[in-house]
Design a binder for this molecule. Structure first.
Ligand SMILES: [Zn+2]
Length: 464
């Protein structure tokens, strides 16, 4: 990729989706270092400086995958045979978790994050709870697994928010008391949330929550199943201390709601509200089974929603009330969660298609609203408000979707964004730039041989 003598890189996008003006033709985009410095639409090809790289197709800002469990990728397809529920799938997922060590996790996560990059994802929110060795014994460095994920993201060319997750109990018993962790779950636990916080402090994030140039800290309450309310405060305090995003799985399953009501007399949302875990820096993942009061509490507090529609469908969770939450005030982000597929364009359209199936109405979310969920809103909920828009000052992330593929050929300029959101796939992503650096060129990852890396990492995990 040519860098001109003035240190500025230039691209000329046939079409680009810009924050204020929608899709515009002939957009000349300039970056210095990792930031955009100028963005000008309606520039004719003959008027661009020499050394400018042409981007044919529709160019979007970098996508943000706000909810990932990298190791679940190993289960893709393998967990599709036979019947079952979320809970039987979870047993299968624990079998994979039991086999991972820092080296094998690094290899798997590098391959998975590289697959994400090929799908146009510039930043991943890794909801990380596989902290310790078998039996819950800490590694020599108790953050070795988390550091493997940070390294994996660097090697795959993407940014990461390491959402360090507090996971203390195996569920809520019939009498409402927390059940102890058992078997593979022992690897998730830190004993109590004070010890969890000590381990997180040892990651040595700076006062802005940065762990490295490409990595920042997030924190999570795994769910109301896994963290008793009396243990939630240190996690919230850690979020405040570092300005770190606070995430939580919420009401993914009806059984979780029932157990929480029986144990605490409130819904999971009510419990998070009671302990002070809701607010603009908080993101709730799934939010599938909510009451009207839950929707008011989440929207009114501007808590972010993270929808993961392919996973929610895959695990037979249900369809959450995305439109109602957004109308109530919650920004919306998207995640590929269990990585049944890694394709944020599919996640985006499935939010709208799910609404259509339930309401009998089309047009609940515009293509632009879904694109914002996949880009600027996702980055913001991961603690990167400076990313997700093609605008001066923003991090220089670009994703070019080819429009000459079998899926998208024939697209008209006026509805290019609609076509890409509702018919495009990860396979149509051709160029990806993250922080001013090329990561995917002409559909090929420049740092990782993705299919080979995935195959090498996954086969040993699934071997009998
Ligand atoms: Zn999840």
């Amino acid at each position: 990729m040519p860098v001109t003598g003035d240190g500025v890189r230039r691209w000329h996008a046939d079409l680009a989706w810009l924050p204020a003006g929608g899709v515009r033709p002939g957009v000349l985009i300039e970056a210095s270092g990792e930031r955009f410095v100028s963005v000008r639409p309606d520039v004719r090809p003959g008027d661009v400086p020499t050394g400018t790289v042409r981007l044919p197709g529709l160019t979007l800002p970098g996508l943000a995958n706000a909810h990932s469990h990298a190791f679940h990728r190993a289960l893709r397809g393998a967990a599709q045979a036979g019947q079952g529920t979320f809970w039987t799938w979870r047993e299968r997922m624990y079998q994979v978790a039991a086999r991972l060590e820092p080296d094998s996790y690094l290899a798997l996560a590098r391959a998975v994050y590289a697959e994400m990059a090929m799908a146009g994802i510039a930043c991943v929110g890794e909801f990380h709870y596989l902290h310790h060795a078998t039996g819950g014994v800490p590694y020599a460095d108790p953050n070795q697994m988390g550091r493997a994920l940070i390294e994996a993201a660097a090697e795959a060319g993407v940014r990461i928010t390491l959402i360090d997750t507090c996971y203390l109990s195996g569920g809520l018993g019939n009498d409402g008391s927390p059940e102890p962790l058992a078997g593979p779950q022992l690897r998730f636990g830190d004993g109590d949330s004070e010890q969890w916080a000590q381990r997180v402090h040892a990651l040595r994030a700076d006062q802005h929550g940065m762990l490295a140039g490409h990595a920042r800290l997030g924190v999570a309450i795994h769910s109301v199943r896994a963290v008793p309310p009396g243990q939630m405060h240190p996690v919230i305090a850690c979020s405040h201390a570092y300005g770190a995003p606070l995430h939580a799985h919420l009401s993914e399953q009806i059984a979780e709601n029932q157990a929480c009501l029986a144990a605490h007399g409130v819904t999971p949302t009510g419990l998070l509200d009671r302990v002070g875990a809701l607010g603009p820096r908080s993101t709730v993942v799934h939010a599938t089974h909510l009451t009207g009061g839950d929707i008011e509490a989440l929207g009114g507090s501007r808590t972010v929603l993270c929808m993961c529609p392919t996973t929610e469908a895959d695990l037979a969770d249900g369809v959450g009330p995305a439109r109602a939450l957004v109308s109530a005030g919650s920004p919306m982000s998207l995640g590929s969660d269990s990585h049944a597929v890694i394709d944020l364009l599919e996640e985006a359209r499935r939010v709208e298609l799910g609404e259509r199936l339930i309401t009998g109405q089309r047009g609940n979310f515009s293509a632009a609203a879904l694109a914002r969920a996949a880009t600027v809103a996702g980055h913001a909920c991961l603690g990167w408000p400076e990313a997700g828009e093609i605008a001066p000052g923003a991090l220089a992330d670009l994703v070019t979707v080819a429009l000459d593929t079998p899926r998208l050929a024939g697209v008209s300029e006026a509805t290019a964004l609609e076509s890409v959101i509702f018919a495009g796939t990860a396979a149509d992503v051709r160029e990806v730039v993250v922080g001013g650096r090329d990561v995917v060129r002409d559909g090929r990852h420049l740092l990782v041989d993705v299919p080979a890396a995935l195959d090498d990492a996954i086969r040993p995990l699934l071997a009998p």
